[in-house]
Design a protein around this ligand. Structure first.
Ligand code: GRF
Length: 186
């Protein structure tokens, strides 16, 4: 299965996917990493793994359609079948949604539909929830909406330590995402 990974930040989830492909736990070929922040650490991770990166800055384009058309050209050229979002901080627009209907997946650090959008972990902590978790879901035009594929929850006990919780979230993500993708691609 040919996939493209979309990211904007550190890319620890991208790394987890790269590692599971290398360990043959995930049967996929990572054809491209798409990144909207040329300075993001994920660019280095991709380069180190020898994966081609398409890096762009939205502000150099007149709108979403324009840069998504360019992304679509790259995806088509590389025969990419699935778009895998991993910390990609932009809504997917009609150009890519139409081309990849039901073939776009995202991971979000909350038990959706609770706490969509930015800083989901902070939102959940501020709300004082006692169960937190991670969601993998299909992407539609909304912000962290779309049918849920997998969720994993964990209890929050006692004193809330933001860094510890963030660590726990990442640990869950790094197992849950590759495993969920593997079950999708089978
Ligand atoms: C993850 O927590 C993911 O759920 C969210 O963005 C974060 C990306 O982290 N969508 P990283 O760049 O993969 O480390």
């Amino acid at each position: 299965t040919k996939i493209a990974l979309f990211a904007s930040g550190s890319g620890s989830n991208v790394q987890a996917i790269i590692d599971s492909v290398e360990q043959s736990e995930l049967n996929a070929e990572i054809e491209l990493v798409v990144c909207d922040r040329p300075q993001a650490y994920v660019n280095k991770r991709a380069a180190d793994a020898g994966i081609e990166v398409f890096s762009f800055e939205a502000k150099s384009f007149s709108g979403k359609d324009q840069y998504e058309k360019l992304i679509l050209e790259k995806l088509t050229e590389k025969k990419v079948e699935w778009m895998i979002l991993a910390g990609y901080m932009r809504l997917i627009g009609p150009v890519l949604l139409t081309a990849y209907e039901n073939r776009i997946v995202n991971i979000h650090p909350s038990l959706l539909p609770a706490f969509p959008g930015k800083d989901a972990v902070g939102q959940a902590i501020d709300y004082g929830v006692k169960i937190m978790g991670v969601t993998v879901h299909f992407v539609d035009e909304g912000m962290d909406t779309g049918p849920i594929i997998a969720q994993q929850a964990f209890p929050v006990n006692g004193q809330v330590d933001r860094d510890m919780i963030q660590k726990q979230i990442h640990q869950i993500e790094h197992d849950l995402y590759p495993a969920t993708l593997q079950s999708l691609f089978k």
